[in-house]
Structure formats: structure tokens, C-alpha cells
Ligand binder design. Sequence first.
Ligand code: NAD
Ligand code: UDP
Length: 354
Amino acid sequence: MALVRQNGIDLRAGNKHAARQILVTGGAGFLGSHLCDLLLQQGHSVISLDNYFTGSARNLEEASENPQFRAIEHDITDPIPEDLPRFDEIYNLACPASPVHYQMDPLKTALTSAGGVWNVMARARRDNARVFHASTSEVYGDPTVHPQPEGYHGNVNPIGPRACYDEGKRFAETILSDFTRSTGLPVRIARIFNTYGPRMHPEDGRVVSNFIVQALLGRDLTIYGSGRQTRSFCFMDDLIAGFDALMHAPGATAEPVNLGNPHEITVLELAEMVLDMVGGRSRILRLPLPVDDPQRRRPDISRARSVLGWQPRVPLAEGLAATIRYFDRRLSQEDQRARKPLGAEATSPFAAVI
Ligand code: NAD
Ligand code: UDP
């Protein structure tokens, strides 16, 4: 029987329309590669542009088997190449998302966020393309309103180490909003909250991948600060379904829409869950809290529910189990010798093992 549902999405829905030519920037990344797979399954032609800073060809193995797919190495701070076909739709995902990576070269991150979206919009204007932009819950900074609705304007430190990303993404929203007001181009802005799942890089640096990889390797789990800070974690299948809904829901507009899972837990609770699920003898290692680390985060998804008819379906335990299976497979495929002995990091000067 033909595959008609995947990621909770009816693949036939995409085929109601003629096959489209679609550009995905950041297509080799964690989310971008899953999006490419979905668009190809829906029968579209897809081109990925990626500079492979955090993405990898490995993420595109499935997509690359499809003759309707092309992966091109390109940095979106440069104009989109002229010689590519006309695009019906552009999904702009290119930008490092992990704090570790976006702070590695903060000026580049700011340029990717703002200059990248400028180049995307210039191309969209030429092609008369519909644009989807991956914005972030970081536009709310360390929020003083909880949970965060789209109408909240945020609490961002404009000169701190996270600002290259937070302010870059805020400015991108400004550029998108002004472009759509002045040109009428259809624009969709997703404010994505912490999302996890298969294809995250083992050294991505974000909390879910860190904890799972640490537990699988028998290392101690690194908790930054007290561990009482909260996040709300969304499984990637749910999020990609949200992208599809936002891009095509008849009622959607250029107003940003929060996409995330409102199930909020502390970082310490997450560590305990991962330890329970993976087993082993890892302990908890306390490290300093990074500057400007948001203390509470939970999306108010009323707008996504009412305008898109979307809400996440995958419970945290189920999504974590799938992500643990993925990392377990991936780590065993990679160098087994890289596995360090138990408690190898407890010698850190910051360590206070509890
Ligand atoms: P990721 O780091 O896995 O993917 C980002 C991709 O963009 C990578 O393939 C990277 O090589 C590419 N890239 C970076 N800079 C580029 C440039 N200048 N030119 C071309 N390509 C470039 O991260 P992800 O989690 O897949 O995030 C994808 C998008 O979603 C990002 O824009 C991110 O800000 C946004 N987002 C993600 C989350 C999340 O929890 N995953 C949350 C909020 C927002
Ligand atoms: N964090 C942690 N240990 C880690 C990585 C992250 O305690 O190994 C914390 C981090 O300080 C933050 C939360 O987990 O409070 C989420 O961090 P992540 O980098 O995943 O995403 P953020 O929401 O900060 O962008």
C-alpha cells in the first residue's frame, strides 16, 4: 500500500496542488533535512542551500536518493545563485541554532540572520515566492510573561552573548514584516520552541542531545546552574507537521506563530528522565549557568491551535525514546573507542557531583 501518512501529515494533501519547486536554506541541518524529506514525499522538487557549518551530507542521505532533490553548498549571506530555477516556495532555516554554535562566530550569526533573510526576500520578490521563516522563542529572551504568547515583545539583552542570535532573529522578523507590508509577498513566521529528535548532531551542544549522549557514553550529565530553569520540548515530527500547517493553512498570515510543545519541565527533571530511560551509572555534574540563560520558557500555542488546527501529539517520553534509539545507533556506528570511561569529566574544576 502506498505511504499516505508520515510525521502525522497526510502526504496526499501536498499533492492536491501541482508539484512545486522549493528552496530550503539550511537543508542539511537537523530540522531542514526532515523538512526536505517531507517535501520530497509530497512530490515536490527541492533544492537545499547550506554552508555545512552545523549541517551534514549524512542528514541528506535519504533525500539524495530522490532525483527531484539537489544539495548545493552555498552561504546565504551571499545572494541566492542566479542560475537556479524559479522557486514557488522558500523555507529559510539556515542559521546555527545551538547556543554553543551561534556564539562561536557571533558576527557571522548576526549576518546570517539578517543578511540571509534579506537575500532570501530579494529572491522571493524576483520569483514571487511564498516564504517560510524559522524564527525562535529566543525573540522573547528571558521572558517576564509566562507562558509566552506572540503578542509579548520579549526581554532581550541587546549586548549580551546571546544577542547575535536573539536580536538577529528579531531583526529578521522586522525585515520579513516590512517586505510583506511593502510588496504583498506571502510570508509565514514560525517562532520555534526547543525541538529535539533524530539527526541532531552528537556534539550539537543543546541539552537533550548532550544529556542523551552523555548517558549513553556513561559520562556525567552536565547541568548548567541550579537545573531549576525550565524548557518545553517538542519532538521534531510534530514541529515539521506545524511547518506544513503554517505554510498552507488558509487562515495563516504574516503574523508570527509559536510552534512548540507546552509541556514544561525543569532541566533537572529532564536529566532524571534521561538517566531513568538510558540506565547506566552516570551522575549529575554541575557547571556554571551561561550568561542570560532564560529561566522559564513555555509556548502559548493558542494561535497555532485556532489558526492552523495544529498541536503537538508526541509525549516527551515517546520522543526521548526515539531520540535515544537514534543516538544509540549513531554512536555505535561511529568510533566505539571515543567512548570515555565512567565519570571521566568529574575532574573538571567546575565539578560538584551530587
Ligand atoms: P542546525 O544547526 O541543525 O541547522 C542549521 C543549518 O543551517 C545547518 O545545516 C547549517 O550548516 C546551516 N547554516 C548555518 N549558517 C548558514 C549560512 N550562513 N548559510 C547557509 N547555511 C547555513 O539547527 P536546527 O535545529 O535544524 O535549526 C534550524 C532553524 O530553526 C534555525 O534557523 C534555527 O534558528 C531555528 N530554530 C530551531 C530550534 C530548535 O530547537 N531546533 C528552535 C528555534 C529555532
Ligand atoms: N543546559 C544544561 N546542560 C547542557 C546543555 C544545556 O543544563 O549540557 C541547559 C541550558 O543552560 C538551558 C537549557 O539547558 O538552561 C536549554 O539549553 P539549550 O542549549 O538546549 O537551548 P536554549 O533553550 O538555551 O537555547
